[in-house]
Design a protein around this ligand. Structure first.
Ligand SMILES: Nc1nc2c(ncn2[C@@H]2O[C@@H]3COP(=O)(O)O[C@H]4[C@@H](O)[C@H](n5cnc6c(=O)[nH]c(N)nc65)O[C@@H]4COP(=O)(O)O[C@H]3[C@H]2O)c(=O)[nH]1
Length: 888
């Protein structure tokens, strides 16, 4: 290559020297002469360089056309400088424009030069495109290496960062710390940026900044709560649109209108926001990267941030899953804790691994003492039959062993304090996922103690008498069955004693049921004290008791037991300040002598008891064949009595009452007769007690009253205008609330004057519930009805009743009249009663007068009235009418 000095040839030489011309033309470098800013000479290489067709195409072309516009100004200055200094300019690199418009790199050397007498510039230009390309390639390769190195470092750093984040996630570090670490990591790796992470709030419309370790607090405050939307700034739009939002210059981006001032005030110039997504793709939040200079991210940087957001998404989701797990666990725990049902989980080795408060409460276990321990607070468990359940047979062990559920099992649990709790439980085996073997059991149970106790109580009630607590008939029958089969196997005797209290009904009707109940309880304890442990005492109802005696070797045992009972009951009973005397009639039947089955033995003992009653009460009788007929009869009577009234089997007979002064009939006592189609006339002494026991006495008694009133009204009209009619009223009839009303109606209906109706009552009635009785007496007295006290002298003979109740007549019991005149006691008693009645201005009727002697005695004693077979037995109405008609 020619030196610049060589370029300074005189122009004349160039033009006139052919050798030089040839040399110039052969030069590989382009040569251009510029004069007055235009090309005036070009060599061949110059034509090629500019890709012209010919020299002529170039000659006269202004310098501006061959130069790249970027270089024109500098070139013009350079030309001007060369011309003014006339010095060669240093070599420079320029860009020429080829004729086809392509720019090429050239190295240019220029020098001033006189051409054809005028200053010109000689330019030597060499195409350096290849060199430039090589240099560019080298530069690019260096840049790539630098970039690669940078990226390698960043990749290494980001890998390390990701590892840290993953470790934090794995170690369940708080989400807040993880997100802060994410931000700090990005800031360190990228450099010169600040990061923040925002999450979509629960409402789904606003962001919540959850990590921004390097951003100014004031700025975070402003951004927190920003509404999301397509036009929102940074994360607001990234979350809404679910795509990265790049703001390369906050100063000019319209998204930032609202927050621009705040961002710029803190020196924040650019912001990239990348959405954070869940695995499902749903947006959870966004990561914002802020820069202090306006800039757009490269692909690499965006990728790096996007990758991190995946991890952030995982961390957030894991946190949410854990939180929701925790919440659901909490929910389940609170549900289980609130259940009234006891819940326990027991592991294979028997340790309780879970237990709710109800389980502790039901099993009476101290709170918090159960979990982690074996079930120590439970002494033993037993089946419904009361059999203890062995450790191996406990439902939890069985469920573990068999791997099957046990449902609705009721069992008893004895607590540490010895109390029994009944539970109904389900035991369910629990297996770990994918495991065959049962790892633990879930025991759920409810406290059924109250139900169980109610059941036991029901069973007790079904087999026991509530008043006395003694076994009842059902229990006795069952027990008797067992005793009989045992006795038959072992060839033993057993005996039944049927006990019926004497006079109890009397006392019960008079002292009221409450006191009667008390009496029965006292009787029970006295009887219980008489028997042995092997004997069974049962109450059949009312005042009937039965003793089942088993395992006695000596037949004398029965007589001694019966005597013990008689003496125990004969002791007086103290009730409400009074002493009452009862007796007991005992009938005894023995297996195998009297029967092989329970019913027969009971029937025999019952018959024997009636025999005892009939033979004067307060004694005992062993069953004999003859007794059977009597008991059959009583059973028969009871059955028939129910239909006797409706089938017209009753009839009223009348016995006259005679005035002892003039011997005239002054009254009649109506006495009921039962004309049984098979048995004939049945005595009231046989059926009235049955009617009283069964309550049938109420309708029967009404019927008698009606008959008697109607009859008396007729007789008064036809024969004796002053005739009185007496009717017996049993105490049971006074329990009928309608009694007063019934009598009132009868008087009205029959037209009988009330004072002509005399109600015969017994003393036992008057010592009853006086609060209830008194108003009835008063009401009846108000009607005009009069009262006569029957059987006087046999009972209490209490003066106070006579004063308290409106009694106008006393009837001396026939047992006293019977003793007149031989029995001194009877005589004295009769005289005393008459004297007392006179003193109280009561009339006296002597009943059961059978002979003249008795009549005379009564006349002399001042008795005003008599009744008895001596004058007339009770007779049918028509016969009585005849007596009246005869004027006797
Ligand atoms: N040995 C003997 N007995 C005589 C003599 N005079 C009368 N009697 C009997 O003595 C009983 C008198 O009746 P009571 O003391 O009221 O005793 C009555 C009464 O307590 C009850 N009774 C009868 N009819 C009724 C009735 O309609 N209602 C109620 N509640 N009880 C009745 O049955 C009891 C027995 O009645 P009856 O068998 O009719 O027996 C009657 C009568 O036949 C006599 O000189 N010697």
């Amino acid at each position: 290559m020619a030196s610049t000095q060589n370029l300074s040839l005189p122009a004349e030489t160039l033009a006139n020297d052919d050798r030089y011309e040839m040399l110039v033309q052969l030069s590989p470098d382009a040569l251009y002469l510029l004069q007055d800013g235009k090309l005036v000479y070009v060599n061949n290489a110059g034509v090629r360089l500019l890709k012209a067709q010919s020299v002529e195409e170039l000659l006269g072309m202004p310098m501006a056309d061959m130069l790249h516009p970027d270089y024109l100004a500098k070139s013009e200055a350079r030309v001007a400088k060369m011309l003014s200094t006339w010095k060669q300019a240093p070599s420079i690199e320029q860009k020429y424009m080829q004729r086809d418009g392509t720019a090429i790199d050239v190295e240019v050397r220029s020098a001033p030069f006189m051409y054809l007498g005028k200053p010109a510039i000689q330019v030597l230009a060499r195409d350096i495109t290849a060199r430039k390309a090589a240099e560019q390639a080298l530069h690019l390769s260096e840049e790539r290496h630098r970039q690669a190195a940078l990226e390698a470092t960043r990749a290494k750093d980001s890998l390390h960062h990701e590892k840290i984040i993953l470790e934090m996630i794995a170690l369940d570090e708080p989400l807040k710390d993880i997100l802060r670490e994410v931000c700090l990591g990005i800031e360190w790796i990228v450099g010169q940026i600040c990061c923040s992470i925002s999450l979509l709030d629960a409402g789904g419309n606003h962001i919540q900044v959850v990590a921004a370790p390097s951003l100014p607090e004031a700025y975070v405050k402003v951004m927190n709560g920003m509404a999301i939307g397509p036009q929102a700034a940074c994360s607001g739009a990234a979350i809404f649109l679910n795509q990265p939002i790049i703001t390369s210059d906050i100063a000019s981006d319209p998204r930032w209108e609202e927050f621009r001032g705040d961002a710029l005030a803190h020196g924040l110039r650019a912001c990239w926001s990348v959405p954070i997504r869940a695995a499902s793709g749903a947006v959870l939040g966004a990561l914002d990267a802020y820069f202090y200079e306006p800039q757009a991210p490269g692909r690499e940087e965006l990728n790096f941030v996007s990758n991190i957001t995946h991890l952030v998404g995982v961390a957030i989701q894991k946190d949410r899953v854990e939180r929701s797990l925790q919440e659901s666990e909490e929910r389940y725990r609170s549900v289980v804790n609130c259940l009234a049902e006891g819940i326990m989980v027991q592991s294979r080795d028997g340790t309780i691994v879970a237990c709710n408060p109800s389980a502790e409460r039901i099993l009476r276990l101290p709170s918090g003492s159960v979990i982690g321990n074996k079930l120590l607070g439970v002494r033993r468990m037993f089946t419904e039959d009361g059999n203890e359940i062995s450790q191996e047979d406990l439902p939890s062990r069985v469920a573990l062993r068999r791997g099957e559920a046990i449902l609705n099992l009721t069992m008893g649990v004895e607590t540490a304090e010895g109390a029994t709790v009944w539970v109904s439980q389900n035991v369910l085996p629990i297996r770990q996922a994918g495991e065959q073997e049962v790892s633990s059991v879930l025991i759920s149970f409810t406290d059924v103690t109250a139900v169980k106790e109610a059941q036991q109580r029901l069973k007790f009630l079904a087999t026991h008498d509530t008043l006395t607590g003694l076994p009842n008939r059902a229990f006795l029958v069952e027990r008797l069955g067992h005793a009989l089969s045992l006795a038959q196997r072992q060839n033993h005797r057993i005996a039944l004693m049927f006990l019926d209290l004497d006079r109890f009904k009397h006392v019960n009707d008079t002292i009221g049921h409450e006191a009667g109940d008390q009496l029965l309880q006292t009787v029970t304890s006295r009887l219980s004290a008489c028997i042995r442990e092997t004997d069974t005492l049962a109450r059949l109802g009312g005042d009937e008791f039965v003793v089942l005696a088993e395992g006695f070797d000596d037949p004398e045992y029965l007589t001694s037991l019966a005597e013990r009972i008689l003496s125990a009951i004969s002791e007086p009973f103290r009730l409400r300040g009074y002493e009452y005397y009862l007796g007991v009639s005992i009938g005894i039947s023995v297996h195998p002598d009297d029967g092989d089955d329970g019913m027969t033995l009971l029937r025999c003992a019952d018959s024997a008891m009636y025999a005892a009653k009939e033979s004067g009460r307060n004694n005992y009788q062993f069953y004999t064949q003859e007794m059977n007929a009597r008991s059959q009869r009583r059973y028969h009577l009871e059955k028939n009595l129910r239909h006797a009234l409706s089938t017209g089997q009753f009839v009223v007979h009348y016995q006259p009452k005679i005035n002892l002064q003039d011997g005239k009939i002054v009254g009649a006592e109506g006495l009921l007769r039962w004309n049984h189609p098979d048995l004939g006339l049945v005595s009231p002494e046989d059926f009235i007690p049955i009617a009283e026991e069964t309550g049938l006495i109420v309708p029967i008694g009404r019927w008698v009253l009606e008959q008697a009133c109607r009859q008396a009204a007729t007789w008064r009209r036809d024969f004796a205008p002053d005739l009185r009619i007496s009717v017996n009223l049993s105490p049971r009839q006074f329990q009928d609330d309608q009694l007063v009303e019934v009598i009132g109606d009868l008087i009205r209906e029959t037209g009988l004057p009330a004072h002509a109706l005399e109600l015969e009552i017994t003393e036992s009635l008057l010592i009853g519930d006086t609060d209830k009785l008194k108003p009835m007496f008063d009401a009846l007295t108000a009607l005009g009805v009069v009262f006569s006290l029957d059987d006087f002298g046999t009972g209490y003979s209490s003066l106070s009743y006579l004063q308290r109740f409106p009694i106008s007549n006393l009837k001396i019991d026939r047992s006293f009249i019977n003793g007149i005149p031989s029995n001194r006691d009877s005589v004295a008693l009769t005289q005393t009663i008459i004297a007392m009645a006179n003193a109280l201005t009561l009339t006296v009727t002597a009943e059961g007068v059978e002979d003249e002697q008795q009549m005379r005695f009564l006349q002399e004693a001042g008795c005003c009235e008599m009744q008895g077979n001596y004058y007339s037995k009770p007779v049918a109405a028509e016969d009585f009418a005849r007596l009246l008609a005869a004027g006797r």
